[in-house]
Design a protein around this ligand. Structure first.
Ligand SMILES: C[S@@+](CC[C@H](N)C(=O)[O-])C[C@H]1O[C@@H](n2cnc3c(N)ncnc32)[C@H](O)[C@@H]1O
Length: 209
């Protein structure tokens, strides 16, 4: 069944009371693919890590367990998600280990080369001009840094059939990999994994030195 527009909009940018509910289920629904991303990132204890579209913040909190000496930042343009993540992980925030920032990923509020690793999960569909966001991620990643982009591609026919194109711009996997290259990255690998009913794609990229 096609997702109602009202719910699809909440996936793009959770807002209001319905957004609070969506935020609650989203963390559980996407945990498995986020765990794969954390593996693919090959985190080191001292890594500084950025998540774009950090939502509930649970993945960044898990990353903090591995990057135990590093610092972690998440950015999201939903005030509901930003508030929820900051509250839910207030211990890590208070310790200065994790920072949740409110903002749009087309203009990241971070210095050039600030991060060792970066990732974004289920967010690329909502970027009208993905190259702008990817170029920003490239800018804030250090040379030799690693970037993982996880998404459901057009090859996941069930996803295309159920998610309205008014909200979700669903691109073929190869097109996304090309955009990542055009932003300046070397694409190291493109993987597909079945996660429950989802066919997930993962583009693993590095910033050339
Ligand atoms: C479908 S949720 C995915 C959340 C999380 N990454 C996960 O896998 O569970 C997409 C998130 O990206 C955020 N988002 C979408 N476009 C964004 C943008 N341009 N800048 C910052 N955040 C964005 C939304 O507010 C939402 O919290």
């Amino acid at each position: 069944m096609r997702k109602p527009l009202m719910i699809a909009r909440q996936g793009r940018r959770p807002a209001g009371l319905l957004g609070e509910l969506v935020a609650r289920v989203m963390a559980r629904q996407t945990a498995a693919e986020n765990d794969i991303v954390l593996e693919l990132l090959q985190l080191d204890p001292a890594d500084c890590v950025l998540e774009v579209g950090s939502g509930h913040g649970d993945t960044l909190a898990k990353a903090a367990g591995v990057a135990s000496r590093g610092s972690l930042s998440g950015i999201d343009f939903s005030s509901v998600m930003h508030r929820r993540a900051s509250r839910r992980h207030r211990g890590l925030v208070r310790e200065g280990r994790v920072g949740f920032h409110f903002g749009n990923s087309d203009r990241l509020p971070y210095a050039d080369r600030a991060f060792d690793k970066a990732y974004a999960v289920h967010t690329v569909y909502f970027w009208a001009a993905p190259l702008e966001h990817l170029t920003e991620i490239h800018r804030v990643l250090r040379p030799d840094g690693r970037f993982v982009l996880a998404f459901r591609a057009a090859e996941d026919t069930r996803f295309r059939a159920t998610h309205p194109s008014e909200i979700y711009c669903i691109r073929p996997e190869g097109e996304i990999a090309d955009l990542v290259r055009r932003a300046g990255f070397d694409v190291v690998d493109t993987l597909r994994r079945t996660v429950g009913a989802k066919l997930m794609s993962f583009v693993v990229a590095g910033r050339p030195s």
